[in-house]
Design a protein around this ligand. Structure first.
Ligand SMILES: [Zn+2]
Length: 217
């Protein structure tokens, strides 16, 4: 069993690495720690065989590092759904609670949760849940700010790290699975007006809010 800090680092690298390694600066910002502690930890992770690290290029996960990251993400997302569905937590509270719990539960515990939830595919924010084997569905989604006017889109996922924003989106009914259509988009990063399917009301949201909603056609 790896430590809580190790799990958090691997999860953060997994989140930030797209096609290129993650820099120390990016990681320090994501984890809210100093550059020096990131460097120290990356060297440790490299010695454990979990990351490939080079002070010039940055860090990237090895296959074993990726396995641990995906396992932690599976725990996190299943816990979030369990908190929401079975314990009736509001959407804006589940991320923080899952962040704490994910480090202390066993595989047996999480598989029982998975069974109770019926082997779900998505967490309450719309993020895919990695399978037990470590397979993660690739989401083909764009930020709402890139969506076209007059076309119907389904909300795929919402960024899970801003509780106030999530509470606000929940109050508007802008949750994963909801079908929406943009009515108007003002230029220069202006507000976006949209309609929810089968609702006569028009909602206007700011550009910064729309950037955190991901949709698919
Ligand atoms: Zn979360």
């Amino acid at each position: 069993m790896v430590s809580q800090a190790v799990q958090d680092y691997l999860k953060a690298i997994f989140k930030l690495q797209k096609d290129s390694p993650v820099s120390t600066t990016e990681l320090a910002k994501e984890l809210n720690v100093s550059g020096a502690s990131v460097t120290g930890m990356l060297k440790r992770l490299a010695s454990m065989g979990l990351v490939e690290y080079n002070s010039y290029h940055g860090a990237k996960l090895t296959p074993s590092g990726e396995k641990v990251a995906l396992e932690t993400i599976r725990f996190h997302r299943l816990l979030e759904l369990y908190l929401k569905e079975q314990l009736h937590y509001p959407l804006d509270k589940v991320h923080e609670e899952a962040c704490k719990l994910e480090h202390f539960i066993s595989e047996e515990f999480i598989e029982r949760i998975n069974e109770i939830l019926g082997d779900p595919k998505f967490d309450p924010h719309g993020h895919p849940i990695p399978t037990k084997e470590g397979f993660l569905l690739n989401q083909d989604e764009i930020p709402l700010t890139d969506a076209e006017i007059g076309v119907s889109y389904t909300i795929g996922h919402l960024e899970d790290d801003n509780p106030e924003l999530l509470a606000y989106l929940e109050s508007l009914g802008l949750l994963p699975g909801t079908v929406i259509k943009i009515i108007e988009k003002l230029p220069f990063y202006g507000p976006i007006s949209l309609k929810i399917k089968n609702s006569p009301k028009t909602h206007t949201i700011g550009f910064e809010v729309a950037k955190r909603i991901f949709v698919q056609k």
